[in-house]
Write a protein that binds this ligand. Structure first.
Ligand code: ARG
Length: 459
């Protein structure tokens, strides 16, 4: 039989495969709360404008609450033949309240309905991302506070470069995640306009009040162009883009945790709550949560590319292609929230091995730059020459199998006679980090200043 919602001109129902490719109820049922909220706002507005009688609107609004509780109780009979969440809800409403249900769709189309539902859903996810990032940032700042002067090797090319502090490293991620938080905040602001009332694409001849529905759904204003309102999914693309950048930050941090927790580093140990063992190798303690964050991030990047690809060739206004927006965003949002929560948990429960960090910081000639800087400052050498002298000293130490501070003064003077006992003052890793007093540098004072600033920002 033909479809009850649009089957007037159809003599036969769809092929079973047509139904399978067309139906979205399997996934868009996740929009039920937003769909019902939007419909209740629409019905109230139609009544306020005299387009619906008060009693019909009241019956619709009550009936929709019954539908809501049925869905929430897991008692709702979802039907694939009814395609999507919009028609499933409306058909059930008809069963519950009868004829007035058919008046709900006045001055509305599924095109503005789905755009409204989905904006409401993505808006909630932007809020969830902001909340998740806030928690992660707080965990990182708390970590940094304790470790502001814990020295560790800073790396470039994953080769020991210069000593930094663990707190400084944590605060680097605070900056990145704070920019992510800003991106979600911006995206939320831009998406917070109501498509409802754009109808199919051209607006409607009914005297609707789009400002009223916009306001009751918590939107800042109605969207200004009805074609735009039903055509674009840039709000979803923006959410995915912000998610992708955040995901890359999470993945890099996860990668560092994997490296740092390896036997070769032992910078950190993951708590039992965030590790797993091996069924064959009893000694194993695997950083699975970090690895899974690193891996699951691929889903977010994939979803982003997928939706960009769906949108890139679509003429205005609505095309059914856009039904493919939801699964991508659902999966990306689920993945992001899970990864944020897991990272926050891992950071909060992490054991940081101060001694290992310090020992590693002292290896690999990490204070060679400090030595060169001393030659510039105290002996007046041009930096390029100081660099060369220091390189010679590093080679000497490497050949002897010792670290820079283990060379004797006589050995150093054999390379450059201007070197004095004072050089040993800058060779220790603590002296090195303490000297990096430039704004944003790794000196513990600087790191603490940034921590204090962030604590004020976070309140
Ligand atoms: N399930 C559809 C979607 O997700 C709802 C909009 C359908 N509109 C239409 N003209 N067929 O996009």
């Amino acid at each position: 039989s033909s479809n009850a919602m649009w089957g007037g001109r159809f003599a036969a129902g769809p092929d079973a495969i047509m139904e399978a490719i067309n139906a979205s109820i399997g996934f868009d049922k996740r929009l039920y709360a937003q769909d019902i909220r939007g419909s209740r706002a629409h019905a109230a507005m139609l009544a306020a404008q005299g387009i619906l009688t008060d009693s019909d609107a009241a019956a619709i609004r009550e009936g929709l609450l019954t539908v809501l509780s049925e869905i929430e109780a897991g008692k709702f009979p979802f039907s694939t033949a009814l395609e999507d969440i919009h028609m499933n809800v409306e058909a059930r409403l008809k069963e519950i309240i009868g004829e007035p249900a058919g008046r709900l769709h006045t001055a509305r189309s599924r095109n503005d309905q789905v755009a409204t539902d989905f904006r409401l859903w993505v808006r909630d996810q932007a809020d969830a991302a902001i909340k998740g990032l806030d928690a992660l940032i707080r965990a990182l700042v708390a970590r940094a506070e304790v470790t502001a002067d814990w020295v560790m090797p800073g790396f470039t090319h994953l080769q020991t470069a210069q000593p930094v502090t663990f707190g400084h490293h944590m605060m680097a991620y605070v900056e990145m995640f704070a920019r992510d938080l800003g991106r979600f905040t911006d995206a939320r602001k831009r998406m917070n306009e109501s498509p409802l009332g754009a109808a199919a694409l051209a607006g409607t001849g009914f005297a609707i009040d789009r400002h009223m529905t916009a306001e009751s759904l918590g939107f800042d204003r109605p969207m200004a162009n009805s074609l735009d309102a039903v055509s674009d999914r840039d709000f979803a693309l923006e959410f995915l883009s912000a998610s992708s950048i955040c995901a890359v930050h999470l993945s890099r941090m996860a990668e560092e945790l994997v490296i740092w927790s390896s036997a070769q580093f032992r910078f950190v140990a993951m708590s039992d709550k965030w590790s797993t063992g091996s069924s064959i190798m009893p000694q194993k303690r695997n950083p699975d949560a970090a690895e899974l964050i690193r891996a699951k991030i691929g889903r977010i990047l994939g979803a982003t590319v997928a939706l960009f690809t769906v949108m890139k060739g679509l003429p205005l206004a609505y095309s059914k292609d856009m039904q493919e927006d939801k699964e991508q965003v659902f999966d990306a949002a689920d993945t992001l929230m899970l990864a944020l929560a897991a990272m926050t948990g891992m950071i909060s429960d992490l054991t940081v091995n101060r001694d290992k960090l310090e020992a590693a910081a002292s290896n690999g000639f990490s204070t060679a730059t400090d030595l060169a800087d001393w030659l510039v400052r105290e002996a007046g050498l041009p930096f390029r020459e100081a660099h060369h002298v220091t390189g010679t000293l590093v080679a000497m130490a490497e050949k002897k199998g010792v670290d820079l501070p283990d060379l004797s003064l006589a050995e150093m003077q054999s390379v450059n006679p201007a070197i004095t006992e004072d050089i040993f003052r800058v060779l220790g890793v603590h002296n090195s980090v303490a000297s990096r007093q430039s704004y944003g540098g790794t000196a513990p004072d600087q790191v603490r200043a940034q921590i204090a600033r962030w604590k004020q920002v976070l309140g």
